[in-house]
Write a protein that binds this ligand. Sequence first.
Ligand SMILES: Cc1cc2nc3c(=O)[nH]c(=O)nc-3n(C[C@H](O)[C@H](O)[C@H](O)COP(=O)(O)OP(=O)(O)OC[C@H]3O[C@@H](n4cnc5c(N)ncnc54)[C@H](O)[C@@H]3O)c2cc1C
Length: 386
Amino acid sequence: MAPTYDVIVLGLGGMGSAAAHHLAARGARVLGLEKFGPVHHRGSSHGGSRITRQSYFEDPAYVPLLLRAYELYGKLERDTGRPIATLCGGVMVGRPDSRTVRGSLASARQWDLPHEMLDAPEIRRRFPTLAPAADEVALYEARAGFLRPENTVAAHLQLAVRDGADLHFEEPATRWEELPGGAGVRVHTHENAYTAGQLVICPGAWAPDLLTDLGVPVSIERHLMYWFAPEGGTAPYTADRHPIYIWEDPRGVQIYGFPAIDGPGGGAKVAFFRNGTACTPDTIDRTVHDHEVRAMADQVAPRLPTLPGRFLKAATCMYSNTPDEHFVITRHPAHPDTTTVACGFSGHGFKFVPVVGEILADLALTGTTAHPIDLFDPRRRAASPA
Ligand SMILES: Cc1cc2nc3c(=O)[nH]c(=O)nc-3n(C[C@H](O)[C@H](O)[C@H](O)COP(=O)(O)OP(=O)(O)OC[C@H]3O[C@@H](n4cnc5c(N)ncnc54)[C@H](O)[C@@H]3O)c2cc1C
């Protein structure tokens, strides 16, 4: 019997919602299965804002994907009318030899991206809220800014439904298997079993449950996002005058933050980048502890002296980390004819969401993609000990 769907997308968070959109837009019969409701706050794609930038310190190999993601984010806004991207500019701050500054500059030079290098007095002159040390510099990128994650997911879901996708919420997939004779896959839920020619798995922090035989370990970390009401009000922090920032201290600890984007009472968001604690989606501690708020305020105070004025709130979120912090986007090594996987986004995946959706649609429908994704092959670990 012919399968009911061309493609089942498992997980409709950031990556899965984008995949469902791109697949449906190409005429595929799509079923999306999501454990929770639409645009929920229990995975990795919530919290009101995500940084986007192009001078990518993690690796210059990401830059072509970012250029395409910027195009697709623009199209997503135009197609849905939802506000998603604000390019308020961004500074990557640290000592000149820090990973943040050195790596951003390497990407900018390799890809000829517009940027400026600012010394400490110039940083303070342009952005009076920032107080760099005398030996710190910044790469300024006018095309950096922030994305609205909830609007992004909602927009992709909206377009997927417009193009005929069946999206089932509150219906977790419990298991899946390949059908004999190359007939596709079957995905089970508590209610039903569905068949399709192809399966796309975008499980976020549930990757360790669903993708045990991938060949790359994915470890889950609890992270916090903090909102503070700046001393003296949010006026100096509004997006027309304040950049996003990633700031690396001499020990290599990075914080990142945003302008005040939620009105005078909404404060400004700041967080540590990559210093989470191990967790699972079932056991994550959602309580925010006083010592955590103090540690955040202490790290911010010397750098943005007016920011940790008054603590407003904090929220938890999960990173899904690979050992080298590069993504996994691939045909499933054990099921290469039927199954495509996207996971291990290691705390920096959101800015890529629409281009990942495009890549997943390519892989599911044609088995290959023209996008450069060698860095995301799970077999890279043999070559890269990082
Ligand atoms: C605090 C924090 C800050 C971040 N900041 C940035 C940033 O500034 N810039 C940036 O680019 N990136 C950032 N990231 C990373 C980015 O947000 C993530 O890489 C991205 O959201 C991951 O998307 P995802 O689709 O993999 O996961 P999710 O969006 O969590 O989606 C996974 C989905 O799969 C569903 N699911 C799981 N199991 C099942 C099942 N069995 N059946 C059905 N559905 C299932 C889940 O319910 C979930 O909806 C940040 C992440 C965090 C946590």
